[in-house]
Write a protein that binds this ligand. Structure first.
Ligand SMILES: [Zn+2]
Ligand SMILES: [Zn+2]
Ligand SMILES: [Zn+2]
Length: 374
């Protein structure tokens, strides 16, 4: 390394590669190059012992990150032998100070982790946090056991990448993992509010615009600090289903809907202006066979007039009368309609046609009639 430019370039590359390990991008995660994968034998299974896994993960992360400054010194020594970094007493005082500092950082991190791990991790910040959440006459380990048990269930809500910041909501717990900590809150002791929303024009994952929302989780206990959940607005509906407390929206933040929600909204609006269908006396209206919950309230009844160019259409593209009895609710019919369309062209859906789920009769939006019982 002869000049200042190559030194700057080297420093830049080192910082870049360290950053890849500290905050790995998706490509790195899929290649398995993360602390969690490298140390999987030591960390154990997250599914079996969630809390202990994260206690070990945060400790290992702290030690790993403390190695980065010394790593810089050693690699610089390899690439620039004239600096004589491997014979510290011959190196410049700057290099000696740097070496001393980076070894000091490692020692400090090791001491912290040793302190955390004493008494089987009693002093780890996550354990201290659980200690504040425990019931009288129990300890943090019983809280950990309760969290581990619920984490094993498959019906939990999760959002975020498994190796980065992740939000986990189970029946009784709201949790957020971060680099050195896991926030844990009991659902019965929190106040939730929508703090803000951010819009990004392009998501690097699928090249569309995305909305992220920030939900502030305030914990009732005075020694437990609040934390923020940041998630894709499209996951918000699933999250709300898992939460027992309402999310206050004092700032009237508008949350964007998923494509299918948007379509169902437009579908219901279109159908509300169609002629209603009055079932003949004696016709039974059953439960919807799609969701088995709502009453069937849709009848496919050809009311559209053939358009001028309709005659040019083939046999399979012309609307025909469906004779099926009502079997579907509005929502299920809307979902069926959407599922049969060109998924890349949502703008064409409302003007397109579809087939009756039962008899395959072709229908258009004008032939979907709401049932009005006399
Ligand atoms: Zn239904
Ligand atoms: Zn039919
Ligand atoms: Zn039609």
């Amino acid at each position: 390394m002869d000049d200042i430019n190559s030194f700057i370039l080297f420093t830049f590359l080192y910082v870049f590669f360290s950053a890849l390990f500290v905050a790995p991008p998706t490509e790195f995660i899929s290649a398995g190059l993360t602390i969690q994968n490298v140390l999987s034998g030591y960390l154990g299974s997250e599914d079996i012992a969630f809390i202990y896994f994260h206690i070990r993960r945060t400790s290992a992360t702290l030690i790993f990150h403390s190695l980065i400054p010394l790593g810089y010194y050693l690699t610089l020594g390899l690439f620039a032998p004239q600096l004589q970094l491997f014979v510290p007493w011959a190196a410049s005082s700057w290099c000696q100070t740097y070496l001393g500092l980076s070894i000091g950082i490692i020692l400090f991190a090791v001491l912290i982790v040793l302190y955390w791990s004493s008494n089987d991790w009693d002093n780890h910040p996550i354990a201290k946090q659980l200690e504040l959440l425990r019931e009288p006459n129990s300890n943090w380990r019983s809280v950990a056991a309760a969290v581990n048990l619920e984490f094993r269930r498959i019906d939990k809500f999760t959002s975020g990448s498994p190796t980065g910041r992740r939000i986990i909501v189970t029946d009784s717990w709201v949790m957020k993992t971060s680099t050195y900590f896991v926030f844990v809150a009991h659902q019965s002791n929190i106040v939730l509010s929508l703090a803000r929303s951010e819009e990004h024009n392009i998501s690097y994952e699928n090249m569309t615009s995305v909305q992220f929302i920030h939900i502030e989780v305030k914990r009732v206990h005075e020694h437990l600090s609040p934390f923020t959940l940041r998630l894709n607005a499209l996951d918000y509906k699933d999250l709300k289903e898992k939460l027992q407390t309402p999310v206050r929206n004092a700032q009237q933040i508008v949350i964007r809907q998923t494509l299918s929600e948007q379509f169902l909204h437009a579908f219901a609006e279109e159908i509300s202006i169609n002629q209603p269908f009055h079932p003949p006396p004696g016709m039974e209206v059953d439960t919807c066979i799609g969701c088995m919950q709502k009453q069937a309230d849709i009848k496919l009844h050809k009311t559209c007039m053939p358009a001028v160019d309709e005659a040019a259409l083939g046999e399979g593209d012309r609307c025909v009368q469906c004779y099926c009895r009502p079997m579907w609710c509005l929502e299920c019919m809307g979902k069926w309609f959407a599922s049969r369309q060109d998924q890349a062209r949502p703008d064409t859906w409302l003007a397109s046609k579809c087939q009756c789920p039962t008899c395959r009769a072709v229908f258009c939006m004008l032939d979907v009639c709401k049932i009005v019982l006399a």
